[in-house]
Design a protein around this ligand. Structure first.
Ligand SMILES: [Zn+2]
Ligand SMILES: [Zn+2]
Length: 172
């Protein structure tokens, strides 16, 4: 479990109706870490849609934020909207919860009056952070020789990088 300073996100069961119920949350978390070298810029928007059928609550979770990351190729910082989705089933039915091996089916314990989805929100958010961080798909990166940002200007290093066989030809 990640230990970050995160406001609790929970849904009171009293406001979950048979059929579809929608909940919107926003967490203002300036400078929250977003993986190595990144951070979330804006707040975090959370949309929870719950479809209740009998004892089962089908939860559709969408978590959205904007992060500031460092490009893996050119090292410049860039902003990117990140969005993660998760489907979870909560149930009051103990047998159903035990039957499902994966933890996609979670039991709502007897007497519980809310569903705490804080950890789900954190998991979705962090899973949505791209593994490969690029300022753009076509980023040319830095020149390994002079370190110039090749997105901004060309350098002359390529010219020195002549195949030695051509060097010999030049001499002839
Ligand atoms: Zn880049
Ligand atoms: Zn160069």
């Amino acid at each position: 479990m990640r230990s970050i300073d995160f406001k609790k996100v929970s849904i009171p069961l009293s406001s979950v109706k048979e059929g579809i119920s929608t909940f919107i949350f926003r967490i203002e978390s300036p400078n929250l870490q977003a993986g190595v070298g990144g951070r979330f810029l804006s707040g975090i928007d959370i949309r929870v849609e719950i479809t209740t059928v009998g004892d089962n609550l089908f939860v559709d979770l969408v978590v959205k934020s904007e992060g500031l990351f460092e490009c893996d190729r050119c090292c410049e910082t860039f902003q990117k909207v990140i969005e993660g989705h998760l489907h979870i089933v909560y149930t009051f039915d103990r047998l159903k919860a035990q039957g499902g091996k994966d933890d996609e089916i979670k039991l709502i314990p007897f007497g519980m009056n809310e569903i705490d989805i804080t950890q789900d929100v954190i998991d979705v958010l962090y899973l949505a952070i791209p593994v490969k961080k690029l300022c753009r798909d076509t980023c040319k990166g830095l020149c390994p020789q002079c370190g110039v940002n090749l997105n901004e200007k060309d350098c002359t290093c390529q010219k020195e990088d002549i195949d030695p066989r051509w060097e010999t030809l030049k001499l002839i």
